[in-house]
Design a protein. Structure first.
Length: 108
């Protein structure tokens, strides 16, 4: 039953993101991760996205890294990490993480 509830929470969070209600999305994704003790990288990616839109770049970056640790072959996650480092004027790290992404296959 908890999985169904968390799935609904994630869907609600995505709706909040679409409606640009980033504070609500952040709260929903955070609660879903805590309640589920989630290892699903998609939850972490959604939380990272909602934090990014609130200009909480350091926290967003931490969530992207958590997502990457759970799905290290996900090219998009590594690209987002790279882009965030570039946004934060950390060019060396941006290049490093882009090179990681570059070495991964493109998923079809």
């Amino acid at each position: 039953m908890a999985c169904v509830i968390v799935r609904n929470m994630i869907e609600l969070g995505r709706i909040a993101l679409q409606n640009r209600d980033f504070a609500t999305a952040t709260e929903i994704f955070s609660n879903a991760i805590i309640e589920e003790n989630s290892i699903d990288p998609n939850y972490w990616s959604c939380l990272a996205e909602s934090l990014f839109y609130q200009a909480q770049f350091e926290s967003s970056l931490q969530c992207w890294h958590e997502a990457a640790s759970k799905d290290p072959t996900n090219k998009i996650i590594w690209i987002r990490i790279s882009a965030l480092y570039a946004l934060m004027d950390q060019e060396d790290l941006a290049i490093h993480y882009y090179q990681i992404a570059e070495g991964l296959p493109v998923e079809g």
